[in-house]
Design a protein around this ligand. Sequence first.
Ligand code: ADP
Ligand code: MG
Length: 387
Amino acid sequence: MDIANLQQIFTETFPHAAEAITVTAPGRVNLIGEHTDYNDGFVLPMAIDAKIVLVAAKRSDRQVQVYSVDFRAMDTFSLDEIEPTQKHRWSNYMRGMALMIQEAVGSPLQGMDIIMQGNVPQGAGLSSSAALEVGTAVVINELNQLQLDPVLMATLAQKAENQFVGVQCGIMDQFISMLGEAGHALFLDCRSLEYQKVPAPFHEAGAAIAVIDTAVQRGLVDSKYNERRQQCEDAVKALQQWQPDLRSLRDVGPELRPKVDELPAILAKRARHVVDENQRVIDSAAALKAGDLPAFGRYMNASHDSLRDDYEVSCRELDLLVDLVRANPETYGARMTGAGFGGCTVSLIPSSEVADLEQRVLPEYQAKTGLQARLFVFNAAAGARKL
Ligand code: ADP
Ligand code: MG
């Protein structure tokens, strides 16, 4: 990403603009803790060094003009009447963000001129949408000198995605894009929003977080996602026969855990994944703190196997990639990441083995599926901020 070039495009596009600020917001990869967020549970994401950059200046009126370098398109809207647009769908993340912040602060915002560009792969499950929302939130916050709390901005970004764009997502993506710390993952409690930095100095330890995009066109995700959410709620209701005050699968403790296996088969499998995955997040965060990469890798492997066999949200292509990566004996661990049915795998490998992924795993995957997977190596990056 050439930031100086983007600032240059800003000046050319808006020659009469006020003094501009530059904001970046990262995508993210979830290292472990899948399908736990909507069960009030734990996740362990890290912000990545792929990001969206926005250059923006205040206007004296209430118009917003946004130019997307990637879509080569300009969208204009008024802050007095913020509606979704069919024509520039990418703009809805920004419109929604403006609406949610305006409602939250209860006073009108200033208009803005904005140019933006990103290198977070779109639609691959690395949360380019959260990066766009959170980046927009920081732009609005800075230009209007609102001094909003970052956690509030993250929850407003989630609200924009849920209510304005119409995508049901948990809080993880917006939270990590906003609050990520360089060289760290975040252990996040999705119920209380309490969080802890966990050191993730993979590069320094001679290791790499390798993300491979399956390139699968995802179709079923929404209906399957809603079905899983419903099954988790059903499992909670069923478990209430033994613990009437049980609120969510997050609250299943050691005494209730054996009852999970007594539930009707499907509910038992779903609940088992969520309950044990929460424990894996706690244990794997401890392994990372201790610098124990082999242990961390074993938790990643167990997470994938559970998502494949019990939660049943993997697919042939994800399983194939995971198996191909694990076939290298040096691999610490590999798993699917994100909602499933496509999207990406995440692996922890020695840095020296990145070449093996390029030279062996990707070609074998292509030979078996006809799909061209893309490989990324990410470091743990900082959250959204003004440069
Ligand atoms: P994901 O968040 O997994 O990448 P989504 O479908 O949730 O996938 O969000 C992708 C959408 O976000 C894109 O279709 C586009 O509308 C918007 N978006 C992401 N990155 C950019 C960008 N660099 N410029 C404009 N819009 C973007
Ligand atoms: Mg998204």
